[in-house]
Every structure is written in C-alpha cells, then in structure tokens.
Design a protein around this ligand. Structure first.
Ligand code: ADP
Length: 507
C-alpha cells in the first residue's frame, strides 16, 4: 500500500514525493484508482487497472466509483463508500469482478484515504487474486474430499499435532469412543482416549508417545482395549504413523484403530483349543515314552540290534514331541494370560547347576567345553524355580545346539549393582543380522538354524521372552555369525515379580 504523504510535509517535499508517486502509480503491479472523498468521483486510474479490466481511461474518469460497471451492486458500493468516508479505510479480501470481455476475476480491494495538501484523496488498490483463489479452492476441494473420505472410513482415525493435541477425529472414532469430534479436537489425546491393557488394565497408549518422539510408525501393543466414555471396553488393534513435512520435521501423528472383538474371540478359541489338545496329548505321550523306556531297558526281553535301534527312534521322536507339546501348552497359557508366577527364595546357583546337568549327555557327546561361573555372593534369589528352569533349559539347549562340536559355552550368574545378571555365551554359529530382530517372535527360526537343526520349533525364545517380560526382567543378546552368541538376562535384586493366575507353565 502506498502511503507516501504525510500531512506535515512541506510543499517542496510534496512535489518531489508527488513525482515519485506518479512513477510508482504508473509502474505499479497492482491496479490503482484515486477517488474524491466527498463525491466518490474517480480522479485517476493507473495502466495496470486499465489492462486488468480492459476499460479505457475515459471509461473511468469523471465517473463515480459505483458507476463504472466494475461493481455489480451499486447500492452496496454506495454504502461501502459511505463507510470509507467515515473510517477512511475499507478492505475486501475477495471481490468478484468482471472485465470488459466478461471474464470473471477475483480481486483484493483495499481503499485508504490520505491527505495531499488540503485535499483528501482515496486510493484504491486492486490486486488480481484469481489464480490464488483458484488454487485455494482446489486445496479446499481436496481437503473436503479427504475429510469426506476420512469420515466415511470403516476404521477409527484421529490425528494429533506434535504436542499430542487432537486435530482430527473421524466419525468412527466418535462412534467407538462415544465422544463428539467437537469435544475431542483441541484436547490432548490422553484426555479423550483411554487405551488400556487387557490384563491389569494399565494405560497402554505409549505407542502414540513413541511415534511422536521417534517419528517412526509404531504398532499398538497386543491386547489393547479402548474404554469408551460409558466404560465399555472394546478390543482394538492398529498403528500410529508420523506426519512429516517435506523437510522431515514432525508435525504430529495419525492413529488408526479398529474393533477386533471378533478376531480376539477367534484367537481366544484357537488358543484354548491348542491348550486343550496339547494338555490331552501329554498323558498318552508320557505312556509312549514310559513304555519305550521299559522296552529299551531289556528287562522284559532282550532286543536285537535293529529292535533296539527302532526303540531308540521311537523314544527320541517321542521326546521331541513332548518338547513341542509342552511348548504349545506353555504358549497357549502365556497367551491366555492365565499362567502363575510364584516367586520363592530359590537357590538360583543350584538350579542353574541342575539344569546344566540335564544336558550332560549332549555336552559330553559334542565335546563342549561348558564353563560355569557363579558369583559366591549369591546365596538365594526370589524367583519361580519352575520358570527359571524353563529359562535355563531353553537358552542352554540353544547354546549347545547352535555350537559346533568342540566349542565353548560359558554360563555366568553375577550380582552387579542392583541387578542379578545371567549370561550365556557360546562361540557357535551365531545369528545372522537379518534374523536378529525376529528371533523372539513365535515360531521364528533363523535360516542357518533350520539347516543346523531341522527339528527346532522356534517357540523356546518366545516363551523365554514372555516369561521374562511378565516377571520384571530383561533379555537381550549379542551375536555375530561364525563368532557366537551371548544371551543376557537381568532381574532386579528384589527378584521376579509375582503374578496371579490359574495355570502353571510346564517343563
Ligand atoms: P529353536 O527351536 O529353533 O531353537 P528358539 O525359539 O529356541 O527355537 O530359538 C529361535 C531361534 O533363535 C533359533 O531357531 C535360532 O535361529 C536362534 N538362536 C537361539 N539361540 C541361539 C544361539 N545360541 N546361537 C545361534 N542362534 C540361536
């Protein structure tokens, strides 16, 4: 906006300024009209406006601003002119105009009054914003379409800014939470949405914080429930994704979730079936193993070499089957959340030694140098001996399985700071890098493991990880292919945490 004149300018200054202004007036990239404040007569018009609208200079001059055909509604314009006379200023952000050729354009119209000597002049700046309006309309259409799409989605979708404030809340979110979008928008997601764990009902919305701090997609923890505003608990699942601008800056995140009541009940039924079937299989399997052992003992008749070989085959296959059945039973009990953790004062070193001795035949046959290092300060530790046994057996059997004959395995239990640390190091085949982030997944086996021992089931480490995470411990590992693997388990010195339930895990 040009406003070069001040009331107190001297005449000389004024004429210099006038000259400058004239040049600016003629070369300006905005259309400019000058009006007489008292009459509304157009006193001047610049080239840019003449070109913009296609009228000749004489079409404009000596006419009232409301007469020149620019402004469709003359009465309204007279009204506006009155306001301009009173306030000395009017502004229209988007005024639709028509050029002499009937082309519709949009302009921004700003009128200001100022004084030149004794005269008050009104300057109207008219800027063609047709392209901007078109672009804005296009953006608006896209936004409307996106909004319509989001609203009609079968999934609940909400978005929050980087501070966790909700900026979008679709219809399905309203339906599932019972909270209106108008009440949700502008509030922190924690004030509006309650996600809890199925078991224990602790808040379970860390996945949203994680995406906001790491800018990486995160998945809702398993067994998450959404608590609606009326207290109804709906099993939900899904993920949160970061919203990142073109420069890589975080703008917030989008959370998508849906009702998985059906899937959860199917899963539950499957787990219960596995639990039941594996439990039922234990009794006949025990009989098979027991009678095979009797046959192998030769107490009930001498076996010839082939018979003895076949009996060994039955026995070994039965043993493998028993391990699988126990693992399946444990997995189903872990997944139903019904397992018990009952920590008691335990001789953890004695327990470790017993569990190593279970593998003495394999250690001997593979000529493994098995080293045991126990901190003499450790006398007793609050732990569930059965669960500790499952942990030891799984990691020890893996270390032996995945270490070539003649290798070395070191089991150590130490008190360090406030923790009891167990480590099991082998110098075996190692875990390939690509498999490392998946080996705690159910049924996952690394490619090299499938070749080294085709009989594994990929359930052991899953069970170990689940036990540890439910009992207040941590597990992690270091591994290099060809160099070996070390598993670390750490518990606070206060011991394993207790858990109520109705089923024990089996070993
Ligand atoms: P598995 O029955 O296959 O041994 P686990 O669940 O116990 O199943 O282990 C999962 C996978 O982790 C194994 O298949 C193997 O790829 C890898 N793994 C576990 N322990 C070791 C180890 N000490 N050395 C190398 N790989 C290991």
């Amino acid at each position: 906006m040009f406003n070069l004149f001040k009331e107190d300018k001297s005449l000389e200054d004024l004429s210099i300024s006038e000259e400058r202004y004239r040049r600016l007036f003629e070369t300006a990239q905005d259309g400019i009209l000058l009006l007489d404040i008292n009459t509304g007569l157009i006193t001047d018009v610049n080239k840019f406006l003449i070109d913009m609208l296609g009228y000749s200079k004489s079409d404009f001059l000596k006419k009232h601003v409301w007469e020149v055909g620019l402004f469709k509604n003359e009465d309204e314009q007279k009204e506006n002119f009155k306001i301009l006379q009173e306030k000395g200023y009017v502004r229209f952000e988007n005024l639709p105009l028509e050029t002499i050729n009937g082309k519709k354009i949009n302009v921004e119209f700003v009128a200001n009054s100022y004084r030149v000597g004794d005269e008050t002049v009104i300057q109207c700046n008219i800027r063609d914003i047709t392209e901007r309006v078109k672009a804005e309309n296009k953006l608006f259409d896209i936004a409307v379409r996106d909004e319509a799409m989001l609203q009609s989605l079968g999934d609940a979708v909400f978005a929050c800014d980087k501070y966790g404030i909700i900026t979008l809340f679709n219809k399905k979110s309203e339906e599932m939470t019972g909270i209106k979008s108008a009440d949700a928008i502008g509030k922190h997601f924690r004030e509006v949405l309650t996600f809890v764990q199925e078991e224990g009902e602790k808040r379970n919305d860390g996945f949203i914080d994680r995406v906001l701090t790491t800018n990486k997609e995160t998945v809702m923890e398993k067994n998450t429930l959404l608590v609606s505003n009326t207290g109804v608990k709906i099993p939900v699942s899904d993920s949160a994704s970061p919203i990142i601008d073109s420069k890589g800056n975080s703008l917030g995140c989008v959370v998508v979730f849906h009702d998985v009541t059906m899937e959860r009940s199917v899963d539950k039924a499957k787990t219960e079936l596995v639990a039941l079937a594996s439990h039922q299989m234990r009794t006949p399997l025990t009989a098979i193993l027991w009678y095979t052992e009797l046959i192998k003992s030769n107490d009930y008749g001498q076996l010839n070499e082939r018979q003895s070989q076949f009996a060994d085959e039955i026995y070994n296959a039965g043993k493998r089957m028993a391990v699988l059945v126990n693992s399946l039973l444990n997995v189903s009990r872990l997944e139903m959340g019904s397992f018990i953790i009952e920590p008691v004062d335990s001789d953890i070193v004695g327990l470790a030694k017993n569990n190593v001795s279970i593998f003495k035949t394999q250690i001997y046959t593979k000529k493994i140098d098995f080293v045991e290092e126990y901190d003499p300060e450790i006398t007793s530790f609050l732990a569930d001996p059965k669960l500790l046994g499952i942990l030891f057996q799984n990691i020890i059997s893996n270390a032996i399985k995945y270490t070539p004959p003649g290798g070395k395995v070191t089991l150590s239990i130490k008190k360090e700071a406030d923790n009891l640390n167990i480590s099991l190091a082998d110098n075996g085949y190692g875990i390939p890098k690509n498999d490392q982030d998946k080996i705690f997944n159910k049924l996952y086996r690394a490619e090299n493991a499938k070749i080294i021992d085709p009989t594994g089931n990929g359930l052991g480490l899953y069970i170990v990880k689940e036990i540890i995470s439910h009992s207040g411990g941590k597990i992690w590992f270091d591994s290099k292919v060809g160099k070996g693997t070390t598993f670390y388990i750490s518990y606070p010195l206060t011991g394993m945490s207790k858990k109520e339930g109705d089923k024990f895990l089996v070993s």
